[in-house]
Design a protein around this ligand. Structure first.
Ligand code: ADP
Ligand code: MG
Length: 291
């Protein structure tokens, strides 16, 4: 059976990479839509104060998002369950917790509480905050800011698995190794010493925005394969004008009503995302079977 077994909870997935512009937000939205087309109920949480994911859902962070629509009240401790912030979207089967610039406040609220409140664990605020709704969804997708921030750590600590989108160019490859050392810290010695043993059910690297005309990308794809080995998903999301245009118009390859689905570049991007979404659905099911 493909859908969530009785008693199983939502599988939570963070889309993370400390670099900006690597396709995190595009991946988060497209994954959510692809999973929803397969029949899954999805909650998407935007934890980036820039609110790009919120914008892709047609909501303007500057004018249409209030502090209490974001995860900031969780960070400040005025709320304990994320339920207050959940809103429905134009996309049937996807709910959203929005973000806006005001969410930068979480970067001050969390460390302040850590010093002021004995026993407070800044890294578990989101994890505890979504407990209340884990029974209501099949998958929770969290889009993260391009920084090693308190908010990003909260997203990872709340997640069963991580997807790191990585375009095959030299600078993105270099900065990804910094991202990787945080994982070692999260899963390794540093946190274990503090009694914080974090286990991820899966960590995937997604080759994104792959420009097949770029000769250097072939070499860098080999480096990525050597460095991340079996973590690299067997799919590549092509760099296509279509994907770029789609998001400029606040849409994705799954908004077929808005684009010519038969155009060849469109189909290529769409097929790649279908394959990616299918692989992630497999990871989700593996978590459910192990629960
Ligand atoms: P991030 O969230 O990591 O900053 P985004 O998803 O916002 O990255 O993507 C950055 C820019 O790259 C956006 O303008 C987006 O439309 C574009 N983009 C993302 N994926 C692709 C792709 N496969 N092909 C072409 N452009 C893409
Ligand atoms: Mg983004």
């Amino acid at each position: 059976d493909r859908l969530r077994p009785e008693g199983a909870e939502a599988v939570t997935i963070s889309i993370g990479n400390f670099k900006g512009g690597v396709s995190k937000t595009t991946t988060a939205v497209t994954l959510a839509q692809g999973l929803s087309l397969l029949g899954h109920r999805v909650l998407v949480i935007d934890t980036d104060p820039q609110g790009s994911l919120t914008t892709l859902f047609g909501i303007l962070p500057d004018t249409e998002v209030e502090e209490q629509d974001t995860i900031l009240p969780l960070a400040m401790g005025t709320e304990t369950s994320i339920r207050y912030a959940i809103r429905s979207t134009y996309w049937d089967g996807i709910d959203l917790v929005a973000a806006a610039p005001v969410l930068f406040g979480a970067e001050f609220a969390l460390p302040a509480r850590q010093t002021q409140e004995p026993g407070f664990e800044f890294w578990r605020v989101l994890d505890l905050g979504i407990d209340d709704v884990r029974g209501d969804y099949d998958v929770i997708v969290i889009d993260t800011p391009p920084a090693l921030s308190y908010t990003t750590i909260n997203a990872f600590m709340a997640s069963n698995g991580i997807i790191m989108p990585l375009p095959p160019n030299a600078l993105d490859f270099a900065s990804a190794s910094q991202f990787w050392s945080l994982f070692s810290d999260l899963t390794g010695e540093l946190l274990t010493k503090r009694g914080l043993d974090k286990h991820f059910d899966f960590i995937h690297v997604l080759l994104a925005r792959v420009d097949s005309a770029d000769a250097a990308s072939t070499v860098i794809r080999q480096w990525i394969g050597q460095t991340y080995a079996e973590k690299v998903l067997p799919v590549e999301i092509p760099k296509t004008a279509v994907t770029g245009v789609a998001s400029a118009e606040f849409g994705t390859v799954y908004d077929v009503s808005r684009y010519d689905g038969s155009a060849r570049t469109f189909k290529r991007a769409r097929d790649a995302y279908d394959s990616f979404v299918g692989q992630i659905e497999g990871s989700v099911r593996a978590v459910w079977n192990g629960q």
